[in-house]
Design a protein around this ligand. Structure first.
Ligand code: HEC
Length: 203
């Protein structure tokens, strides 16, 4: 009897410790992810412009195409790394349905390569000769909204500045010929250049 009573007490203590551990882990998890605003829908200012989202550098990172000046006759349109991000909640929906939901924001932050030491724009670091990410230098965004952007295959395109931060807080949709048209002509799937984002192409 006494034996069983003791083991019940033991079980209770173990159970409470387990609950405390789970609670602590949950708490740590939520504080680590607190910077990502769970509200992932685009915010539209009173004048109809798109507001620049916050916390995007902690979103899911899709990839970084790079078109350096030295390989583009000295004048690439965007000589920086093109770091592309999507909100984790949208990423989850895409992974389970294979579709970008209404309100998807794809955010591309431009990041300069570090100062060149060679004619081809490269430099040498301890890991070898190559291109290395330097300062942030601009933001482009695409938003899926079939009502607002029905005339450009459901996506609108926005430029928040092509320069060092701070970026513009809001931006108006760019004319179709400036941005959307090239995505209409050349993108892989639903206006997105999926081929460059391995994370979207792997299970
Ligand atoms: C000449 C064609 C062309 C034009 C014009 C163009 N884009 Fe793109 N865009 C691309 C290509 C190619 C990629 C993927 C590869 C890369 O970034 O180099 C891309 C990627 C993007 C992405 C990342 C998501 C995706 O669709 O892959 C965003 C966001 C984006 N562009 C926004 C814009 C905005 C905003 C404009 C206008 C200011 C614009 N683009 C104009 C060709 C273009």
């Amino acid at each position: 009897m006494r034996q069983r009573g003791l083991s019940r007490l033991g079980a209770t203590i173990l159970g409470s410790a387990l609950i405390a551990a789970v609670f602590t882990a949950g708490h740590l998890y939520s504080s680590a992810t607190a910077a990502v605003n769970p509200d992932w829908k685009p915010k539209w200012a009173a004048d109809g412009k798109l507001e620049l989202p916050t916390g995007y550098r902690e979103w899911v990172y899709l990839g970084s195409p790079l078109t350096p000046n030295a390989l583009n006759g000295g004048k690439a349109g965007f000589p920086e790394y093109h770091n592309v991000y999507v909100h984790p909640a949208v990423f989850k929906i895409y992974k389970s349905t294979g579709k970008w939901p209404e309100g998807t924001i794809l955010l591309k932050e431009l990041q300069l390569t570090m100062e060149a030491q060679e004619k081809d724009g490269s430099r040498s670091e301890v890991s070898g000769r190559g291109y290395f990410p330097g300062a942030y230098n601009g933001i482009d965004i695409s938003v899926k909204d079939s009502k607002r952007f029905a005339s450009s295959q459901n996506w609108g395109y926005f430029n928040f500045g092509h320069h060092a931060p701070p970026y513009a807080k809001t931006a108006a949709a760019a004319p179709t010929e400036n941005c959307a048209q090239c995505h209409i002509d050349s993108a892989d799937e639903d206006m997105v250049f999926k081929r460059f984002y391995a994370i979207l192409n792997t299970k």
